[in-house]
Design a protein around this ligand. Structure first.
Ligand code: PMP
Length: 409
């Protein structure tokens, strides 16, 4: 073995990076035969394979050099126009006038890249960044290399607590918020809370970073209008094609006001010059004839039936949830998206329960890693979109048996 000293010196920034706790957890759960409520993946049954096959052939036939050549950092113009038109129309259907101009749209390599680019242009070492409690771990991971002070704002089923926000907003660079079917909790911010948050952010001079990858996946009624639609100059909006088409193409977008767009564009150029032109054309071709209007309802129906199966199985196995919430597992009823948020009986800890649950054949993600501070050790995230209805029933039964055994000890 060589005793030579390593020639590599890591940056202070790199030292702050950590492996995703969730990916580490998923490794444990990826044993064959395990029913997984742990993954954050969309159901592969929803991927429009035939439409992508046709779009791929068309793009290569009609525009091979455009698709395969270097291109503009802003993104493929027809796709930017389509994104702007869709958001404008959606806002008007939700009773808001938000006139999105294509020049405000930046196509990104997944909305995950949007999180990284926004952090790069808005966060200095020590800058205060506000997040919900709990929040999307991937966003905190994207912010961390900029060395911010990440501060959690108290949150409940309706969204963030405005009194706590007012206490913590001073000097903050932005509030990162997920108003629709949040990852990890499945919560939706109420109309009243949105209106109040929009007003408060204006008064406080606090910009909002609105992340909305799940907004189209509602089950019964669409969610209230977006926060950015209410005050476009004070918000950056992140969207994604991952949950309505396919995550593997890594396609998302940012809508940003003129005050920050040029800097985002420079950050994008430095990061990857531009997102794949081939993938952008594929997405555009698939969406061109209003495909999402036919396709997204099928995803909603599938996910809703799976959510219902999970709710039903939970109610069967935990009949005391309403009357004795401290002695039972309790859970919320997400109105869309992919996740349900549950809480173990008093005295239990989701991290400790996990290996026992895996032995019984079921996996979930403990909630603690999603908290920037003061974790609720009893919380857990259950995804209902990848297992079948029959697997959901068996998985909940296995979870119930693991919980009851640990509780009895
Ligand atoms: N934001 C949230 C809240 C997410 O859950 C995800 C995906 N898990 C992303 C952003 C990133 O999505 P993508 O990069 O695939 O668009």
């Amino acid at each position: 073995m060589s005793s030579a000293k390593s020639p590599w010196t890591l940056s202070a920034r790199a030292a702050k990076m950590n492996p995703s706790v969730i990916r580490e957890i998923l490794k444990v759960t990826e044993r064959p035969g395990i029913i997984s409520f742990a993954g954050g993946l969309p159901s592969a049954k929803t991927f429009p394979v035939a439409e992508f096959e046709a779009a791929c052939a068309k793009v290569l036939r009609d525009d091979p050099s455009g698709a395969l050549q270097y291109a503009a950092s802003e993104g493929y113009a027809p796709l930017r126009e389509m994104v702007a038109a869709n958001l404008t129309q959606q806002a008007s259907e939700q009773g808001q006038h938000w006139d999105v101009n294509p020049s405000q749209v930046l196509i990104t390599t997944g909305s995950q890249q949007g999180l990284d680019l926004v952090a790069k242009i808005l966060v200095d070492q020590g800058s205060r960044v506000l997040v919900e409690s709990p929040t999307y771990l991937g966003a905190v991971m994207a912010f961390t290399p900029m060395e911010p002070e990440v501060v959690s704002v108290e949150s409940d089923e309706e969204g963030i607590d405005l009194a706590d926000l007012r206490d913590k907003a001073r000097g903050a660079r932005f509030l990162y918020t997920l108003p629709n079917f949040q990852n990890p909790t499945g919560r939706t911010m109420s109309e009243a809370r949105r209106a109040a948050l929009s007003k408060a952010s204006g008064e406080l001079g606090l910009p909002l970073m609105e992340d909305n990858p799940y907004g189209d996946l509602w089950f019964d009624t669409p969610p209230p209008a977006s926060l950015t639609a209410r005050n476009p100059e004070g918000g950056i909006y992140l969207g994604s094609f991952s949950k309505v088409l396919a995550p593997g193409l890594r396609m998302g977008f940012i809508v940003a006001p003129q005050a920050v767009y040029p800097k985002l564009l420079q950050a994008k150029q430095a990061a990857d010059l531009h997102s794949p032109g081939f993938n952008q054309r594929m997405i555009y071709e698939v969406m061109q004839d209003g495909f999402l209007d036919r396709h997204v309802p099928t995803i909603r129906a599938l996910y809703k039936s799976q959510r219902d199966a999970m709710l039903q199985a939970l109610a069967e196995h935990f009949p005391d949830a309403a009357t004795q919430p401290e002695q039972s597992l309790t859970w919320n009823t997400p109105a869309g998206g992919m996740f349900l948020w549950a809480r173990l009986p008093a005295g239990m800890n989701a991290v400790n329960l996990l290996p026992h649950a895996v032995d019984k054949g079921v996996a979930f993600v403990p909630g603690a890693p999603f908290y920037a501070s003061q974790a609720d050790e009893r919380s857990m995230r259950l995804s209902f979109v990848t297992p079948s209805v029959e697997e959901i029933r068996r998985g909940v039964a296995a979870l119930a048996s693991a919980i009851k055994e640990q509780q009895g000890r």
